[in-house]
Unconditional design. Structure first.
Length: 366
């Protein structure tokens, strides 16, 4: 029995300990095992935990349920991704409410360089289907991971179009990996797992209950670099996901419809209120994200040109040089520096004209 995994699963099952509390505890104690072994009084005095939550942790005894979950994980070759481990999606690390533990079944790299989440109505029109398929057809060959929710409508269309165009695609589920909703997408899910995958933060035995879908949406929003809304009414999960993506500083795009089309009212709302960029073709997204292939007209600039750089600035500069273009989350993760130091170094380099900020929180050498 993997004791580390046992306590990781257990931490997600403790009553009154949500994702934010769990991550705070991990930040304080380093791992889930240490959280359970911490003295009660020490837990009580931790900000945000207090006596009630400390008692919940110290009185937790349902480890047999955790063992059953681990048996399920091992039997079906599911990959548990804990927040302190290398395989955990790095884009989620800086989302305040991201889950500490994810269950993943698939082969796609969740830390690949380009990820798009596509969301939209379950009751799409022919126009919505055409727009989604045309977008993904145009992305073929760009090595982009397509994320969606495996629901009816735009979600299913996006997954199928990705498979058709040989793009990896991952479905974010609102239930455990021991079932599939809707069941009509079983063959689609099976095809996705060959080169993409399925991911959830819900344990086995969890049904696709109504309240689970908004929780699922935060993963779909946080996993990506850019979120695209294709057909959405005034209310619903797509707008919730777009709001979440904006709160995570992701780029949000919306495809417009006709003025009289109720299925596009949500997209028009996002565009009108500057909560999404107007998108009419794939090039709009590729150019905004700086993902279009560019001819290199000059070689890499040498550090010697900037002898005045501080040590922290040199670290950031070298990381950007290495990748040509890099997301701020990767700079946080790879630099080994605090977010304040990274931000200060980026600002200094940008003011010196050495780097430029690109849409999507990306940076490149000027």
């Amino acid at each position: 029995m993997n004791n580390d995994l046992l306590y990781q699963v257990a931490l997600t099952m403790v009553p009154q300990i949500g994702d934010v509390h769990a991550k705070a505890l991990i930040a304080r104690y380093g791992d889930a095992t240490s959280v359970f072994k911490a003295p009660r009084r020490q837990l009580e005095h931790m900000e945000g935990i207090g006596t009630m939550r400390a008692n919940s942790i110290k009185s937790f005894t349902d480890f047999s349920l955790c063992e059953s979950e681990i048996y399920f994980i091992e039997k079906y070759k599911i990959k548990p991704l804990f927040i302190t481990e290398p395989g955990y999606p790095k884009r989620l690390l800086h989302c305040y409410d991201s889950p500490p533990l994810l269950y993943y079944r698939g082969e796609a790299d969740l830390n690949t360089g380009k990820i798009i989440t596509i969301v939209g109505t379950r009751n799409n029109s022919d126009y919505g289907k055409m727009a989604c398929e045309k977008l993904i057809d145009a992305l073929r060959g760009n090595n982009i991971l397509i994320v969606s929710g495996l629901a009816f409508g735009i979600d299913s269309i996006a997954h199928k179009a990705a498979l058709k165009n040989e793009l990896s695609t991952v479905g974010v589920l609102a239930h455990g990996l021991d079932r599939l909703y809707p069941p009509q997408n079983k063959s689609l899910a099976k095809a996705m797992m060959q080169d993409g995958g399925l991911i959830t933060d819900f344990r086995s035995g969890t049904n696709p209950d109504r309240q689970n879908f908004p929780r699922r949406n935060r993963i779909a929003a946080g996993l990506c670099d850019a979120l695209v809304v294709i057909e959405s009414g005034k209310k619903g999960g797509s707008l919730i996901t777009a709001e979440l993506a904006n709160s995570y500083n992701r780029e949000v795009f919306a495809i417009p419809g006709r003025m009289t089309d109720s299925k596009s009212e949500g997209c028009h709302y996002l565009i009108k209120n500057n909560k999404a960029m107007l998108m009419t073709c794939a090039d709009d997204l590729l150019e905004a994200m700086n993902w279009k292939e560019e001819k290199k007209t000059h070689g890499k600039k040498q550090r010697e040109l900037f002898p005045e750089l501080t040590e922290s600035e040199k670290i950031i500069y070298d990381l950007i040089i290495e990748k040509s273009i890099i997301h701020i989350d990767e700079l946080y993760n790879r630099s080994g520096m605090g977010s304040g130091m990274v931000a200060a170094s980026l600002l200094s380099l940008e003011m010196a004209g050495i780097i430029v900020t690109m849409p999507g929180k990306m940076y490149k050498i000027n």
